[in-house]
Design a protein around this ligand. Structure first.
Ligand code: FES
Length: 87
């Protein structure tokens, strides 16, 4: 992929990943009300559904995830992605 990864947040809009540490940091920088608690891969509060695209880990996680789930505090996008926040 070339260019800056695009982050489409279902029901919110489309944003760009700049150079933030994690996907959670990017969501916060764009004032998206993304849930979180520990920011360290322990609690699972930042779990969202990855609808499209790929992410890579920026830190380890101790949370069990389904195939379409990611922790926003533990990853960053490596392609254009689409995610859905929990209701
Ligand atoms: S905020 Fe706790 S696992 Fe991401």
């Amino acid at each position: 992929m070339s260019g800056i990864p695009r982050i489409k947040v279902y029901n919110y809009g489309t944003y760009f990943y700049e150079h933030e540490y994690s996907l959670l940091d990017t969501l916060e920088a764009n004032e998206i009300p993304a849930p979180y608690n520990c920011r360290g891969g322990y609690c699972g509060c930042c779990k969202v559904r990855l609808l499209d695209g790929e992410v890579e880990a920026v830190q380890d996680s101790l949370v069990d995830l389904d195939d379409d789930e990611i922790l926003t505090c533990c990853c960053r996008p490596v392609s254009h992605i689409e995610i859905e926040l929990p209701e």
